[in-house]
Design a protein around this ligand. Structure first.
Ligand code: ISJ
Ligand code: MG
Length: 461
């Protein structure tokens, strides 16, 4: 049975342009797979969908269609811009006892000053959407909301049409057996600027030795050409099966799907309490338990990796000191082991100051030295000079927030952009004084592996 939980009708929102009404209505549904719900939108909403699941698998979010989009090209102001637009849009949305509010999902690009054209050309510096049909799965319960944001006064017919389509989508998702997809067939692959990448590691290392910077993260890409077009549900089904210990995300926009499986939390806010994580320093998994332990212990004691890690800890800690009333942080990193790789990991948390918000934390934290470098501005200049690509949403904040200020953003690493019958996979690593090109290259291969596997590849496995 689908139970009706809440309805707010006709909240007035005054924007600069017009008066918008934000209608939301939520029902509880008895059984639903998030992936089949995503798939149910294949006919009508391909290109306007999103998928999100947290690492703990306690919160899953799917969006079909766009009731409203918020974009910004305001450079450093894009975080404030999105925050203000979202506040204005939700100022009258009433929270119900189930805390099922409309959710805004999207991301901010890595670097607004990057002018390199390519697969990301035309993508806004911030892109967020409120779904027309929103599925939230929390604590084993599934809720489907419809959202209608319009300047029309009379919405009776429009809402009725949305309810009808909602029921059809749920029905399709519930009765359709989960498809098993064949892996995409790769026709060819290449590593753009491989030589330039290797040369840049030497150059950046020498810049660091000359004290021009302390740490700079340099990334590269891998391009795949498929035999035929690859669908979003296909690749999402692969990452859901293959990467259970990571944040899973997918965002369709401009006919492409940006997706990934990231182990790295940028920030989570729950009732004005903030959580972040320092993830930097890497080694592969071992073939045996013993080798895995040895590699892990080696990583914990490795000076080069500990220094990569410490820059991240120092910077995130500074942000918590400024934005939180107090904070907690362990004195030494632990190991974070995921399928293909192990990282040094230090969690940070603390109660936020009254004026702090999730998007202000995202703005202050991005890019952490795990993805940018130290000092930040210099590192960004070095990245622009030595990385001949545009990162787009790779290494950037991706996630969600609600109208109450709760939400979570991951760092969009272990990610790829799927564009019809092509894909671009991205990976990088933290360069410090004693980095070596060959081992950094190998580290990127390990980091490319999850997306490569999901896309039917098996290079270097
Ligand atoms: C840059 C990436 O990962 C980051 C760099 C790491 C490193 O250099 O050790 C480890 C984790 C991430 O913070 C990536 O996966 O592309
Ligand atoms: Mg590294």
């Amino acid at each position: 049975m689908n139970r009706k939980l809440s309805a707010t009708t006709g909240d007035r929102i005054e924007t600069d342009q017009s008066i918008l009404h934000f209608h939301t209505e939520t029902i509880e549904v008895s059984r639903l797979s998030a992936l089949t719900f995503f798939e149910a939108g294949e006919q009508s909403f391909a290109g306007q969908r999103f998928f999100w699941q947290n690492r703990e698998k306690t919160f899953t979010l799917v969006g079909l269609g766009q009731a409203h989009t918020i974009t910004s090209n305001a450079k450093e102001q894009r975080f404030d811009d999105v925050e203000q637009q979202w506040k204005r849009l939700t100022q009258n949305v009433v929270n119900d006892e189930h805390n099922l509010q409309p959710i805004l999902f999207g991301g901010f690009t890595f670097d607004t000053e990057n002018k390199v054209s390519g697969e990301w050309t035309g993508f806004p510096e911030a892109f967020f959407a409120v779904a027309t049909y929103q599925l939230v799965m929390r604590n084993d319960q599934a809720y489907v909301s419809i959202h209608l944001i319009t300047d029309e006064e009379n919405t009776v017919d429009a809402l009725e049409a949305l309810r009808k389509e909602r029921d059809e989508l749920i029905h399709t998702a519930q009765v359709k057996a989960l498809k098993t997809y064949a892996k995409p067939q790769i026709k060819s692959s290449y590593e753009p600027y491989k030589e330039e990448y290797l040369a840049s590691i030497s150059k950046v290392t020498s810049l660091i030795r000359q004290k021009e910077a302390d740490k700079v993260v340099i990334a590269r890409s891998l391009a795949l050409q498929f035999e035929e077009q690859v669908s979003s549900p296909n690749v999402l089904s692969q990452v859901i099966m293959e990467q259970p210990e990571s944040y899973l995300f997918g965002l369709e926009e401009q006919g492409k799907l940006f997706f990934g499986a990231s182990p790295e939390r940028l920030v989570k806010v729950s009732d004005m309490y903030a959580y972040s994580s320092c993830v930097a320093g890497s080694v592969k998994r071992g073939e045996t338990v013993e080798e895995d332990e040895l590699l892990g212990q080696g990583l914990l004691n490795d000076e080069k990796n500990r220094s990569e890690h410490q820059y991240v800890v120092d910077m995130i800690l500074q942000t918590f000191k400024e934005n939180c009333a107090s904070y907690e942080i362990p004195h030494a990193p632990k190991l974070l082991k995921i399928r293909d790789i192990q990282h040094l990991f230090t969690p940070v948390e603390g109660p936020m100051k009254k004026e702090a918000t999730i998007l202000q934390l995202v703005k202050t934290l991005h890019p952490t030295p795990a993805l940018g470098g130290v000092p930040r501005v210099k590192a960004m200049e070095v990245i622009r000079e030595y990385e001949p690509m545009n990162r787009g949403l790779y290494a950037a904040p991706i996630g969600w927030l609600d109208a109450q200020g709760n939400g979570e953003f991951a760092v969009a690493i272990r990610s790829a952009l799927l564009a019809n019958d092509q894909a671009f996979l991205y990976a990088g690593g933290g360069i410090v004084a004693d980095s070596e090109p060959a081992s950094e290259y190998d580290e990127t291969l390990v980091k490319l592996r999850p997306m490569l596997r999901a896309l039917g590849g098996h290079l270097h496995e």
